[in-house]
Design a protein around this ligand. Structure first.
Ligand SMILES: [Cu+2]
Length: 347
């Protein structure tokens, strides 16, 4: 039995996965937003922001200055289609308000209108024909798949507002990878929400596939003051979250039954901090570092995930009860990065 939590999962019918809309998926149709709860910018403030925005960015480029709030677009479902060993993936770059804490909305730069973006699941050796449609009216965006070998200057290039471009590459290495917008300054695009997970399933699967009863996806990331490049640089997050917000996986815990083996596909999107991934009350039976079956570690208490690091982490639960899932960096767990795994007998 396979279950996916809290994330819009774009899988492939050929592999037995369907697109799933789960509890985490929020359509902020009521229009509330953190920015709207903040002081309304005056015309003078706008001028100042413009001036600030043209200061050189840390990477040496001149920041074009698109830091203002923009109209929120409803999420767009990604289109994934397989033809033999070729997978056609269509995604959008777009601005969408997302709920990061209860009642707090962030005017996010996103892939497809969610943060994290859709989970993409393909198989080792697949050719990916990827199209990015940029629905952001003001800002160029791009896609950097960590799952491929490609020349960034040719394959991870910017897509201008209102345009779309198609890129082709091969997913030749199995693993749990980050994808993100690679447009400069990259920090700004990731901190504003442009990241997600792509799983490249090993050609022969994982050796432990037969033991796994449930699968979940967790993406850790940081939220800072909205659109505030100085806050992004300072690296003191307002929230550190799993799957985009600080409440969803506490209000609706992940589930398991006693005796089951649970697999987490876990990714730390950062952008600035590492994660010390830990499930209270268990020891990981196996961890495949970066999701590569060759990188197996046994008996781990905590998995260190660098910024952009991933893993497949598996463990058996023995007793009923609530198991907190955390980053063991408790200053971050305290400001959001905690989920609950609830182990119960049949409901
Ligand atoms: Cu971007």
């Amino acid at each position: 039995m396979k279950r996916w939590n809290g994330l819009w999962t774009a899988g492939l019918a050929a592999l037995g996965f369907a697109v799933i809309l789960a509890g985490f998926y929020v359509n902020p149709a009521d229009g509330r937003s953190a920015g709207q709860q903040q002081e309304a910018p005056s015309a003078e403030a706008g001028g100042g922001a413009e001036a600030d925005a043209k200061a050189p960015a840390p990477d040496g480029t001149v920041h074009a200055g698109h830091g203002g709030r923009r109209e929120s677009r409803p999420p767009v479902e990604p289109v994934i289609r397989r033809e033999g060993g070729t997978v056609f993936i269509q995604m959008t770059a777009q601005v969408t308000d997302v709920e990061i804490s209860e009642g707090i909305f962030y005017n996010a730069w996103t892939f497809n209108g969610t943060v994290p973006g859709p989970v993409i699941r393909v198989r080792e050796g697949d050719t990916l024909v990827f199209t990015l449609e940029n629905l952001d009216p003001e800002q160029e965006h791009s896609m950097d798949f960590h799952a491929v070998h490609a020349a960034p200057s040719r394959k991870f290039v910017d897509v201008m507002p209102g345009e779309e471009r198609t890129f082709t590459y091969t997913a030749s290495s199995p693993g749990v990878f980050m994808y993100h917008c690679g447009t400069a300054p990259v920090l700004e695009h990731i901190a504003n929400g442009m990241y997600g997970m792509i799983i490249v399933e090993p050609k022969d699967g994982y050796p432990s596939d037969g033991e796994v009863d449930r699968e979940y996806v967790l993406v850790q990331s940081e939220w800072y003051e909205e659109h505030d490049m100085e806050a992004f640089l300072a690296g003191d997050p307002a929230y550190v979250v799993f799957n985009g917000n600080d409440f969803g996986l506490k209000k609706e815990p992940l589930e398991a039954r006693p005796g089951e083996t649970v697999r987490f596909y876990v990714l730390n999107a950062g952008p600035n901090h590492v994660s010390s991934f830990h499930v209270v009350g268990t020891i990981f039976d196996r961890v495949y570092v970066d999701g590569n079956p060759a990188n197996v570690l046994k008996g781990l208490q905590t998995v260190l995930l660098p910024a952009s690091g991933g893993a497949v982490a598996e463990f058996a639960v023995r007793e009923t009860g609530d198991y907190p899932v955390v980053t063991h960096q408790f200053n971050h767990a305290t400001i959001g990065a905690t989920a609950i795994l609830r182990v119960t007998e049949q409901p």
